[in-house]
Design a protein around this ligand. Structure first.
Ligand SMILES: [Zn+2]
Length: 276
């Protein structure tokens, strides 16, 4: 359940779905105003997208396992004629999450996905994917999911420390579903396909959806894809099929969710229902 935090200062009202988040959690911010002018939002001093939605404006703010615990400032500003007419300052408090340690065993055929033999190719692939993840959203489609992308059989949670051969690889940046090869992967809400490709290193055959407001969802390790770059998808459309391409120990779906380049907990997002 959400505790809705309201901040009222004429001429506008700001609501936060939560002001305390564990690392990886998300909060939704709503602004209502009758005034005309330029409304802007900054989070931790950086400009953040604020999307018109009916009579109000909405933003989705994320934290990750990399976000240091502590107070993170939010400022909402209404400007008219180039000068600030009204400013509201608020903040979210980030508290630590205790992440699990998980040991994985890679089959011999997948060793090249983590060793240094393909380093240059890995870096090039990584750079291209990160550019797409960080790119601003062009159009708004949705911020709330309507369905899970596949049956909810979770085998790996967000933030897990992944170890292999006594070596820590990374924190798991998403959510793993242990579903059989060939299971359809469905769009959880409307969006546009901004990348549908194959990479050798991590993702294998993957699809990235841009939902707008800086929100993107990613689907890795597919055996086949059903969409192409530029396609607009609706809730329940098939993006592709579960497989084990890329860095995968067996067939499963890896899903990641990014908010303005920050990898948040996909399960937290998937389980949101009407936070406002
Ligand atoms: Zn995964």
């Amino acid at each position: 359940m959400f505790s809705l935090i309201c901040l009222v200062a004429a001429p506008f009202e700001v609501r936060l779905s939560s002001d305390t988040l564990e690392q990886g959690e998300i909060c939704y911010l709503f602004v209502e105003t009758q005034e005309h002018g330029l409304l802007s939002l900054s989070y931790r001093g950086e400009p953040y997208p604020l999307i018109p939605l009916g009579d109000s404006f909405v933003a989705i703010i994320g934290t990750s396992y990399k976000t240091d615990p502590g107070r993170k400032p939010i400022r909402i500003k209404l400007s008219q004629g180039g000068s600030a007419k009204e400013v509201i300052d608020t903040a979210i408090q980030v508290v630590p999450t205790k992440f699990r340690k998980s040991v994985i065993t890679l089959p011999a055929s997948k060793k090249g996905t983590i060793d240094t033999t393909n380093e240059r190719r890995k870096q090039e692939e990584y750079k291209t994917v990160v550019e797409v993840i960080n790119a601003p959203s062009e159009e708004y489609y949705a911020i709330l999911p309507e369905i899970f992308p596949c049956p909810k059989k979770i085998s790996g949670t967000y933030g897990d420390e992944r170890w292999t051969g006594g070596r820590k690889l990374w924190h798991h940046s998403g959510l793993d579903f242990a579903v059989p090869e060939g299971t359809p992967v469905l769009a959880p809400c409307p969006g546009r396909v901004v990348m549908a490709r194959d990479t050798f290193i991590r993702q294998g055959s993957f699809v990235i959806l841009d939902h707008g407001a800086g929100l993107k969802s990613l689907y890795y390790h597919m055996s086949a894809r059903n969409v192409e770059d530029g396609d607009v998808v609706q809730t329940g459309d098939t993006l592709g099929f579960v497989g084990s391409t890329g860095l995968a120990t067996g067939p499963h779906l890896h899903m990641s969710v990014y908010i303005n380049g920050i990898a948040v907990d996909p399960l937290f997002w998937l389980e949101q229902k009407e936070p406002f």
